[in-house]
Write a protein that binds this ligand. Structure first.
Ligand SMILES: Nc1ncnc2c1ncn2[C@@H]1O[C@H](COP(=O)(O)OP(=O)(O)OP(=O)(O)O)[C@@H](O)[C@H]1O
Ligand SMILES: [Mg+2]
Length: 1121
């Protein structure tokens, strides 16, 4: 590439500043300090494509109007964390210095970029932002913030920049952007403040200039659908607002730029819908621009106007469609004005010119408010998320000083702003610095400079300043005019050295200055302003009906942009106007003016009259200046090399002019004579104390000034290199400072190593302590466990040993006791034997005669006694049937038998005596005895019946009324036995339930339920009773022949066979004194219906049947049981 740099920053090889071969990198080092030498140095460097030159820490940048290979991420890394003067001059170095100062010293920074229009301010600001983005840390969130911050530029440039005669991409608004960082120096957000947009450009541009870029970008886009939706044709000449006296140059890059803008909007957080509504408003402005009016004469002779049919009906409809506006209402608000007085509202026709004015005012208002809305949207996207403590780098890129053939209110405002910026520069670099030397008692020769505060005062003096006079005229009752304002200006300012007009004495005859013009001698040169439009532009009021019409539109953005269109607010305005001025309002009186910084809240309208544009601008610039002064400033002074925007063309006179008015020479002088660096003693000591040996590190004891003196002496800094002020140390050369910094950096490495060493040592120590503690814990647990185990085993062992030992002892003792017992027993025995033997021996001779019979007598007595006592103890029970008797010695057999007999009789007697007192019991026993005599050993079921008491009346007949009546009627006295029985049918052997009642005279067969009498047979006719030998329940009552002739014998089944037979026998005996015969056999005859039948019982099988089966077969009745 022929036009790229071969050496210097672009070449990738960097030398120290002092080694720079092209001219002098820092103008402070120029051997002869004259304007010519300064400009010649700039030229030399510029021609070598070295566009940056330092004056101390201020960068002078000469616009190359050409892309140089000066900017790349690699180069940014070269400049990263390097001292300002280490590498050739570059914006990167200033950006890095600001960034590090912000990050490391916690000082908020601002980078003030100044220069006239086209000098390269905007480009410089972008370079700074790119640098900060590259050198800060990376990370998902941080990258997103960086992207958004960077991409806010293309959006704002598309909407806020335009081609002017001085600059193809001229910023038509002021921008101050706060880049916000966290404590690590990572960008976390930002805030953009915008200053007054040159909105008049929307409707009118100077010859050769263009409208705002966005109009052309939109028309150049490839998206046919979008253009169709917006009813646009891709021809800028089709739109009045884009036509110009000279045809607008359509930029080839517009198409590309449009795409970039869309992408940027997307990154910054605009949704597709947002983009769409923005373009709808842009397109509607273009359509409204094509709306023309034609005059009509009203019947009352007053001139009015209406929409010019031929050209504009379509454009008007398109605009209404895009704004979603009511056509009639909008048309009315263009052609009529509502005059509201205290009592009535009247409509007045507008002339054609007035209608065009209203249309333009609306278009300007829409664009201006849309731009403010865009800035707010971007701000809401890039605003800091969460509550982090932030540090700031502010980048100021404001419209540059400009002079056109015709300069209006906008240029006046822009140039005023530049005056103020120049003042900040003068304040901070020239005045403050020099004042500081004097204050600190440093020997100093004063450097003269031009202080532009007189010009600032001319413009913004609160009493006589141009802006104040302008505001006075705007707010004055009546119909103030621009010329009246000029006259007033002439009155008040004519004597000012920086003010000129035709009224000035020296210019009275000069025609170069128009009648409607005044001239200000700015720091950067003379600028002639035409007062035409000053009042209107300063008032910046929008016709009230238009605000209402816009508010009533259905377009989603318009309600936000025109909040004052609500009724409530209108009322307030009317009231305010009425109070102020009896002549008001006119059609051009305010409805309101919306300021972006002071958003209008329709719910809470302020009672103050809306401030003018000039007033607001002055206030916001004042705020800005305060803000800049509060931060550490870094300067980039941009210089425009020629007026033709030509690459690498160096117009010496133009540059000399800029060098003069920018005060660069004074800057060099102050810098050269002064000191590059200063620091308060304590801060200086704090920063470099590690270099001063043990006296200053870690702490200096004594006054900081002495500490610094000691420090510099220790470091061997030459005497002329520094000076001691009252509170600060001043260091002359940056090289000295760099040297200090280098030494500090090297020392910091050592300190870092020391800190690391201590920290690592501490870390290891802590780890060791933790491990030691852990080991102790483990050891204590393990030892505890071990000891417990050992203790338990010892304890168990000792218990075992103890038990064995105690057992042995106990056994030994036991054995001894046993032995003792046995021994004592044996002693007793032996003693007895011995004494026996002894006695026997002694009495042997007498024994046979005396003791023998005595002993035998005694023994016999004793044996008898023992027999009887044992018998008495072991006597059997008193039950007579108990056959037990204790055994006895055969010697007492006879006595035992006798005693047994006596005992049995005695207990029988006792038994019998019980019957005497209880006859019923006796009867029971008698009956049981009789039953025994009859059945014992004969019938199998007898044994079972023995234990069962004979109850007799099992059905409770005695208490039954029916029975008692029946018995009374039959003279029956007592029931012997009664119960439910099964009566066997004589003919088929089947059984049926009946009640059998045996009384003292008869037996009855009754119905089981009703007690109906079936049979009554006198006991006298009962011949005998038959039962089987088996364990069944059947019994047969055989009746006498005469009785049998009636029915025959009766066969019943009942569980109480033994009792029935016994009781029946007793009843028969009592009645007829005869023993009723009882036949116990398994086979016998019975008379069943006049014929003898063989009744045969047989067992059903090995197992008893669940119920006996009774069957008659001819003359045989088989009963299986
Ligand atoms: N460092 C640079 N390298 C290459 N070209 C540059 C550089 N700086 C500026 N230019 C060129 O100069 C033109 C004008 O620069 P810029 O828009 O930054 O001026 P400005 O000072 O912002 O002007 P204004 O006050 O009108 O906004 C740019 O469009 C670009 O073509
Ligand atoms: Mg700019």
């Amino acid at each position: 590439m022929s036009d790229e740099k071969e050496s210097g920053p672009g070449s990738g090889q960097y030398s120290h500043l002092l080694d720079e071969i092209v001219g002098v990198g820092d103008a402070v080092l120029l051997s002869t300090l004259t304007e010519d030498a300064f400009v010649a140095n700039l030229k030399k460097r510029y021609e070598a494509k070295e566009i940056y030159t330092y004056i101390g820490n201020v960068v002078v940048s000469v616009n190359p109007y050409k892309k140089l290979k000066l900017y790349s991420p690699e180069l940014m890394n070269e400049y990263r964390s390097r001292n300002l003067f280490e590498l050739p001059p570059h914006i990167y170095a200033v950006a890095d210095d600001a960034y590090r100062s912000m990050r490391d010293h916690n000082r908020d920074q601002c980078i003030i970029i100044s220069g006239e229009s086209g000098a390269g301010k905007t480009e410089a600001s972008k370079i700074i932002m790119q640098y900060v983005a590259v050198v800060s840390e990376k990370g998902k969130d941080v990258d997103q913030v960086k992207k958004q911050l960077l991409q806010s530029n293309p959006v704002l440039e598309a909407f806020g920049n335009a081609k002017t005669n001085r600059n193809d991409n001229s910023s038509r608004f002021g921008k101050y952007m706060d880049l916000e960082f966290d404590f690590q120096g990572n960008p976390v957000g930002g805030v953009i403040t915008n200053y007054l947009l040159e909105k008049s450009r929307v409707v009118r541009q100077a010859k050769g200039e263009r409208n705002f870029h966005i109009f052309y970008l939109l028309l150049s886009c490839d998206n046919e659908k979008l253009l169709n939706d917006l009813n646009l044709v891709p021809e800028p000449t089709s739109y009045n607002f884009l036509k110009n006296d000279s045809p607008p140059s359509v930029n080839d890059d517009d198409k590309k730029e449009f795409q970039l803008t869309l992408n940027a909007m997307n990154v910054v957080g605009f949704s597709d819908d947002d983009v769409c509504v923005v373009f709808q408003l842009i397109a509607s402005i273009l359509h409204l621009g094509n709306v023309a009016f034609e005059s009509v004469s009203r019947p009352n002779g007053i001139e009015g106007c209406k929409l010019a049919k031929s050209t504009t009906t379509n454009s008007f409809s398109d605009a209404c469609a895009l704004l979603r506006a009511d056509k009639n209402r909008l048309q009315k608000s263009f052609t009529l004005k509502k005059v509201e007085t205290r009592w009535e509202t009247v409509e007045k026709s507008l002339t054609k010119a007035e209608a065009a004015y209203v249309r333009d005012a609306l278009c300007k208002a829409i664009y201006d408010r849309l731009f403010n809305w865009l800035v707010q949207r971007i701000n809401s996207s890039i605003k800091i998320k969460g509550k982090t403590k932030k540090k700031i780098i502010g980048v100021l890129d404001i419209y540059g000083f400009e002079v056109f053939d015709t300069n209006s209110f906008e240029q006046f405002i822009i140039n005023y702003c530049n005056e103020k910026l120049q003042q900040v520069f003068i304040e901070l670099t020239l005045r403050c610095e020099q004042d500081e030397y004097v204050r600190e008692g440093i020997e100093w020769e004063h450097v003269d400079y031009f202080d532009n505060s007189v010009i600032c005062d001319l413009v913004d003096n609160p009493k006589t300043g141009v802006l104040t006079l302008l505001d006075d005229d705007c707010l004055r009752p009546g119909n103030p005019t621009d010329l009246a304002f000029l006259r007033k200006l002439n009155q008040k300012c004519i004597s000012h050295a920086h003010y000129e007009s035709r009224a000035s004495r020296n210019l009275l005859g000069q025609h170069s200055l128009g009648q409607d013009c005044f001239r200000l001698l700015h720091y950067a040169g003379k600028v002639t302003y035409s007062v035409n439009g000053f009042l209107d532009k300063n008032k910046d009021f929008l016709y009230r009906d238009l605000s209402q019409a816009m508010y009533s539109c259905d377009h989603p953005l318009l309600k936000t942009l025109f909040p004052e269109g609500t009724k409530k607010h209108i009322n307030y305005i009317i009231q305010a106007n009425d109070d102020d001025d009896d002549d008001a309002p006119t059609a051009f009186e305010p409805s309101n003016r919306i300021d972006p910084a002071l958003p209008c809240d329709p719910e809470h309208p302020s009672l103050k009259r809306p401030p003018t544009a000039g007033f607001q601008f002055k206030a916001s610039v004042g705020e800005l200046m305060k803000n800049l002064m509060a931060k550490n400033p870094n300067y980039i002074r941009c210089i425009k090399p020629n007026e033709r925007k030509q690459a690498l063309v160096f117009d010496e006179s133009l540059i000399l002019h800029q060098v003069r008015y920018l005060g660069l020479m004074e800057n060099v002088k102050v810098r050269r004579a002064g000191f590059a660096y200063r620091h308060q003693y304590d801060q200086m000591l704090m920063r470099y104390k590690m270099l001063g040996g043990p006296k200053t590190w870690p702490k200096w004891v004594g006054h900081p000034k002495e500490g610094v003196r000691h420090l510099l002496k220790t470091l061997g800094v030459k005497k002329g290199e520094y000076a001691f002020g009252r509170t600060k140390i001043f260091i002359r050369n940056p090289a000295t400072l760099f040297d200090l910094e280098d030494r500090r950096r090297a020392k910091m490495h050592d300190l870092a190593t020391l800190i690391q060493k201590v920290f690592k040592g501490w870390l290891q120590w802590r780890q060791y302590q933790e491990m030691r503690y852990a080991a102790t814990v483990i050891a204590s647990v393990w030892k505890g466990y071990q000891d417990r185990t050992r203790y338990n085993s010892l304890r168990n062992a000792s218990i075992v040993m103890q038990s064995v030992w105690r057992g042995w002892l106990a056994r030994r003792e036991y054995r001894a006791i046993i032995f003792e017992i046995r021994a004592s027993w044996a002693v007793g025995i032996i003693a007895k034997f011995y004494y026996g033997w002894k006695v026997r021996k002694e009495y042997r001779k007498k024994f046979r005669a005396i003791a023998g019979p005595k002993v035998i007598r005694y023994l016999r007595k004793y044996i008898r006694y023992r027999f009887l006592t044992r018998l008495a103890d072991n006597l059997p029970s008193k039950a007579p049937f108990d056959r037990k008797w204790p055994p006895c010695n055969p010697y007492f057999q006879e006595a035992s038998s006798s005693l047994r007999e006596i005992h049995h009789r005695w207990r029988c007697k006792l038994y019998r005596e019980r019957f005497k007192t209880n006859p019923a019991l006796k009867l029971v026993y008698v009956e049981k005895l009789q039953a025994s005599q009859t059945f014992n050993g004969k019938k199998a079921s007898y044994a079972e019946s023995v234990s069962q008491p004979f109850r007799g009346d099992y059905v409770g007949l005695k208490n039954d009324r029916a029975w008692n009546e029946l018995a009374a009627s039959l003279n029956e006295t007592r029931v012997v036995w009664a119960d439910l029985v099964m009566k066997v049918n004589r003919t088929n052997g089947k059984t049926v339930q009946r009640i059998l009642v045996i009384t003292t005279q008869s037996f009855f067969v009754l119905d089981a339920r009703s007690l109906r009498l079936f049979y009554r047979v006198s006991l006298a006719h009962l011949a005998r009773v038959s039962v089987s030998q088996l364990a069944d329940d059947f019994f047969v009552f055989h009746v006498t022949k005469e009785e049998a002739a009636k029915k025959g014998d009766y066969i019943f089944q009942n569980h109480h066979v033994v009792e029935i037979v016994t009781k029946t026998r007793r009843a028969v005996l009592a009645l007829s004194k005869r023993n009723l015969a009882v036949q116990i056999a398994n086979k016998f005859e019975a008379n069943l219906g006049n014929s003898p039948v063989l009744v045969q019982f047989s067992p059903g099988g090995s197992e008893p049947l669940p119920a006996p089966v009774c069957k008659r077969r001819g003359q045989q009745l088989d009963i299986l049981v």
